[in-house]
Design a protein around this ligand. Structure first.
Ligand SMILES: Cc1ncc(COP(=O)(O)O)c(C=O)c1O
Length: 474
């Protein structure tokens, strides 16, 4: 079963130490970038150990990056990010005989640079708020490739969506009614309908969204009424149906079933004469965070979806729709590592050694939120033998602020650089300023060059929105 649970595996200590040092997470250098699926790797595809025994990503020494840009630091590998985009695109071209579009689910990490890279790879962008829409538009994503999700979009957000010309993925009756009212005297807008397909996935409860008892999407039992409503409103141009069944999924069957369910809904819509031509199977493909995680490759996942959709359309004697999917985690998750500096150590004799780093739940809330597991290497001691089992703790005032419950590391000192792997998805995008800790910087690395894509927040940034009523000033 996939893994957002509490179990973890212990690394056995090899007597030479080498086998279980940071090298163990590197793929064979003989494999080219193209024949590895980023979501099946622990480290970004360009990871290497250099002659200084330091980890290199995108041709940049991680310890040098930390000296230059500070710590903690998100390090995003452009080659891994682009490879994931290309693998989705290429697999769809290979296995789907109809039109298709891959949308990057930018909730995983929405910022100008990542939206621009995804768009330059031919991907569209899925956004879920006015803020994400604004960012994607500013990054230059064209309106015909922007899809606007959300289960409670405000009128202002709907206005922004209409004005931008993007496709609005309508989630519920209130939104449908609002859009009908807002466009009654305007030109038609493109909408899709989000449905709840009733498919359960074996994943963490908090991120399960496909079953019927869930806040997203129209109940399938309401679809006839919804189709009838839309057919009476000339300005609602319903071009597609959408469903998303969960995240960090390792099985292929749920998405294959989903393709069939969406085709069933589509066939129901036929009698209402709606211009539906797009079916969107959402995102959800999992990634490898720890050794025992075993997600299908991007290629295998896409193949399964395409075959199921083609078969369902043949069975229902329907033409092939334009196929959309919207992966987030599997696009950006494996492309990033977070570098931290080791600080204090607390030994609880006979029980545990806590090793604290200069970040934690504010830059990576997944361990405390979902009990998610990660792997780590000491970037400046990649070949050092593994010596001790430690708990990697964050710096926040919260006992649960633990990044890794148990990991075996070489002997470390304050100032050493540890890097947590697979931190591209739902880390920066879920980051907070808890304890008024500024959010880290992020750099994009490629062919030996590093570019800042997100500035480190300053203390000044932290109080930028604070207001001090005059009567409180001395
Ligand atoms: C509607 C929708 N689409 C796509 C995604 C992306 O999912 P993932 O990051 O698992 O690919 C999500 C995330 O939960 C989502 O809610």
């Amino acid at each position: 079963m996939p893994t957002e649970d509490n179990s973890y595996i212990m690394l056995s200590t090899d007597p030479t130490g080498v086998q279980n040092s940071g090298h163990q997470y590197l793929s064979s250098p003989t494999n080219s970038l193209d024949n590895r699926s980023p979501n099946q790797e622990l480290l970004p595809l360009t990871a290497k150990v250099n002659s200084r025994d330091c980890l290199e990503i995108g041709g940049c020494d991680v310890t040098t990056l930390v000296e230059q840009f500070g710590s903690p630091l998100y390090i995003l590998d452009e080659a891994t990010l682009r490879t994931a985009c290309q693998q989705y695109r290429d697999a769809l071209a290979r296995y789907y005989p109809g039109e298709f579009l891959v949308l990057y689910a930018s909730k995983a990490w929405n910022c100008l640079a990542i939206c621009a890279i995804a768009a330059s790879e031919g991907l569209g962008i899925d956004v879920v708020s006015g803020g994400e829409l604004y960012t994607a538009k500013t990054a230059g994503v064209s309106a015909d490739k922007l899809y606007f999700h959300g289960n409670n979009k405000s009128i202002a957000e709907l206005d922004l969506g209409i004005e931008s010309g993007c496709t609005i993925v309508v989630d519920n009756w209130l939104e449908l009614q609002n859009l009908a009212d807002m466009t009654s005297t305007a030109k038609p807008i493109r909408i899709m309908l989000r449905t709840t397909p009733g498919i359960e996935c074996h994943t963490h409860d908090y991120i399960r969204t496909g079953h019927l008892d869930n806040k997203f999407g129209f109940d399938p039992n309401d679809l006839d009424k919804v189709f009838a409503f839309i057919s009476q409103h000339q300005t609602l141009n319903c071009i597609g149906l959408h469903a998303h069944i969960g995240s960090q999924i390792f099985e292929r069957q749920p998405h294959k079933d989903l393709a069939g369910v969406l085709v069933d809904y589509w066939s129901k819509a036929k009698s209402y004469d709606l211009p539906i031509q797009e079916l969107n199977v959402g995102g959800g493909l999992g990634i490898r965070y720890i050794e025992s995680d075993d997600p299908p490759s991007i290629d295998a996942w896409v193949k399964g979806v395409c075959e199921a959709l083609v078969a369902a359309c043949e069975e229902q004697q329907l033409p092939l729709p334009k196929l959309l999917c919207e992966p987030g985690r599997s696009i950006v998750g494996p492309a990033c590592i977070t570098a931290y500096t080791i600080g204090s150590r607390k030994i609880v004799p006979g029980i545990r050694t806590y090793l604290a780093v200069d970040g934690g739940m504010s830059d990576n809330p997944r361990p405390i939120t979902y009990q998610s597991m990660y792997r780590v290497v000491v970037a400046n001691r990649m070949s050092a033998p593994l010596k001790e089992t430690v708990t990697l703790a964050g710096k926040h005032c919260e006992s649960g602020d633990i990044l890794i419950q148990e990991t075996t590391l070489p002997q470390t000192e304050p100032g050493d650089i540890v890097t947590v792997m697979g931190t591209g998805a739902y880390n920066y995008s879920m980051a907070s300023n808890y304890n008024r800790v500024p959010r880290p910087a992020a750099v994009l690395v490629h062919k030996g060059e590093a570019h800042l894509i997100l500035e480190r927040e300053t203390y000044q940034d932290l109080i930028r929105q604070d207001r001090l009523p005059q009567r409180l000033t001395a």
